[in-house]
Design a protein around this ligand. Structure first.
Ligand code: FES
Length: 60
C-alpha cells in the first residue's frame, strides 16, 4: 500500500514521510528548518523525535 510506504509522520499537520525526506534533501536538516518548510512539528510536538530520526537517516 502506498500509505504504508509513505506514512504520515506528523499527524497534527498531516505531513507524510516523502514530503519530509524531500525537504531534508533540500537542506532542511534541523527540526526548526523542517518545521519552517513543512509545518511538521508545529502542533503537539509529539513527532519531534521522529523528525530527528528522519533527519539523521536522510541528511547527506
Ligand atoms: S504530530 Fe507533529 S506536531 Fe503533533
Amino acid at each position: 500500500m502506498a500509505e504504508e510506504k509513505d506514512p504520515i509522520i506528523c499527524y497534527c499537520i498531516g505531513v507524510r514521510k516523502s514530503t519530509l525526506v524531500q525537504s531534508i534533501k533540500e537542506g532542511n536538516t534541523t527540526v526548526e528548518a523542517l518545521r519552517g518548510a513543512t509545518r511538521a512539528g508545529s502542533g503537539c510536538r509529539g513527532c519531534i523525535s521522529d523528525l530527528e530520526k528522519l533527519i539523521a537517516d536522510h541528511k547527506e
